[in-house]
Design a binder for this molecule. Structure first.
Ligand SMILES: Nc1ncnc2c1ncn2[C@@H]1O[C@H](COP(=O)(O)OP(=O)(O)OP(=O)(O)O)[C@@H](O)[C@H]1O
Ligand SMILES: [Mg+2]
Length: 244
């Protein structure tokens, strides 16, 4: 479902991604961990073209974008449609209700009728446990509820994969739990998810495979049981000792 080959990205003189490779199957949940500044967010942003990679290749759901050249807008748009994104800070539209936030993309990007977009949005809100909050504005919702609206909004676009950048990091511990529940449910349903997190409890619960990204490369990857219990690389061990 996701194929990343030799992905590179620089900001000025600084090489932030230095040849990242990933093959992720449909239905697989991959969790990316690593120290601050290691390139995790840049990696996710390159996958859905919020950043333009300098080199390498990204394929999601059969759509390929090559780094280092000007791809047709339409191809970038197609790739972005296949990769829904959820951010640490939710990024909801503050002047729209929960329902309107979820309807916005289906209405204006997928060109659904108002009735169709609304029916879909109500279903997604129900799925993340927020049916009764459809008419509330973001400021009337807790952080955990806002993040669940953001997840519903991403899913309403019917993406092939869901990319999540620290979805629980802005939340207090008790609100974290409710977002974890939703993410675990999506993983159990066979969604294809690539998730960046510093929340090791979430990583252990949800990951089929963990990637340790540091210095712009994947230093090590493996199933959570073995990567957390017996990492092979010294850098992975040091990092895990710090976050434990
Ligand atoms: N738009 C940008 N312009 C210049 N430098 C950037 C930009 N975005 C990221 N960087 C730099 O790239 C490096 C990797 O940043 P990135 O945000 O990908 O790290 P991260 O692994 O997500 O870290 P964190 O865990 O703190 O979120 C950092 O040194 C950062 O300062
Ligand atoms: Mg980041």
């Amino acid at each position: 479902m996701i194929v990343v080959e030799q992905l590179t990205k620089r900001f000025g003189a600084r090489a932030v991604l230095r040849g990242v490779n990933l093959r992720q199957a449909r239905g697989e949940t991959v969790v990316c961990i690593g120290p601050s500044g290691g390139g995790k967010s840049t990696f996710l942003r390159c996958l859905n073209q919020l950043e333009t990679p300098d080199g390498g290749r990204v394929t999601i759901g059969g759509v390929t974008v090559e780094g280092g050249r000007t791809e047709p807008r339409e191809r970038q748009r197609q790739l972005r449609l296949r990769a829904g994104m959820v951010f640490q800070q939710f990024h909801l539209f503050l002047h729209l209700t929960a329902l309107e936030n979820v309807m916005e993309g289906p209405r204006h990007v997928l060109r659904q009728s108002r009735a169709e977009a609304e029916a879909g949005a109500r279903e997604w809100l129900q799925k993340v446990g927020l049916a009764e909050h459809a008419a509330h504005f973001p400021e009337q919702l807790s952080g955990g509820q806002q993040q669940r609206v953001a997840i519903a909004r991403a899913l309403a676009m019917k993406p092939e994969v869901l990319l999540l950048d620290e979805p629980t990091s802005a939340l207090d511990p008790e609100l974290r739990a409710e977002v974890r529940v939703v993410l675990n449910q999506l993983a159990a349903e066979g969604r294809t998810m690539l998730l960046v997190t510093h929340d090791m409890q979430l990583a252990r619960q949800i990951a089929d495979r963990v990637l340790f990204l540091d210095g712009g490369v994947i230093v090590e990857s493996g199933p959570p049981e073995s990567l957390f219990a017996s990492p092979e690389q010294a850098r992975t061990r040091e990092f895990l000792e710090q976050v434990r």
